[in-house]
Write a protein that binds this ligand. Sequence first.
Ligand SMILES: [Zn+2]
Length: 235
Amino acid sequence: MASTAPAMAQSIKTYRHIVLDGHRVKWGTPEAGTGAIVTYATVGTAVRFQGARNCAAMAPLGRLLASSQVGPTTFDAEVRAAFALWSMAANVRFEPARDVASADILIGAQAEPRGRAFTNIEYETEGSTGIKRLTRSLICLNPEERWKVGFDGNLQVYDLRYALLHEIGHAIGLDHPAIASQLMDFRYLERFRVPQPGDVLGVVALYGPSQGETAALDDVRRLANARPPLPDLGG
Ligand SMILES: [Zn+2]
């Protein structure tokens, strides 16, 4: 028993799960280490979410993308890559939702700009006594901040993929860890653009390990490794 203590202490330090009212939260079956399929969409019209602490009012991303000179096609590719990277880390798959209303994760611009990016999560309060099932996550980006694709050393302008990766981490049940050097750390440092070992441990604890050598995972890998396209020229 004593021999397992150091390993546990280490994993506790490198990730932290979101705990609400004493419960961890995840998508799918509310049981640790079980996989999930999660749908997502970007908002197409202004939309309000009663009672949401963050992202209570969201708008389409058009203005944000235009003022940062990021084309919608580029943005969509960054969204797909961010989801794909989490799928490579654990048994959680992401699919475009059929419509915005039914999407598990919704991405949009803040209608009331503050900070850089926030995530709001909703979960089932009834039911299981252990882990609670997530029911909807909202990710909202500040349209008054400038955004970019890729790292350039300017830590005042955030890389969209990095911000999306971090916020998706929240949207699937991860909190800020007690230590730095992880994607889920709250600091923006441009040192890596993929989930780090602690992030992977945290997400695997919730969803189980990634389902390895499938053709789908190869697609995911290719997408995630693809060089970001050149920024679209407005229009
Ligand atoms: Zn955060």
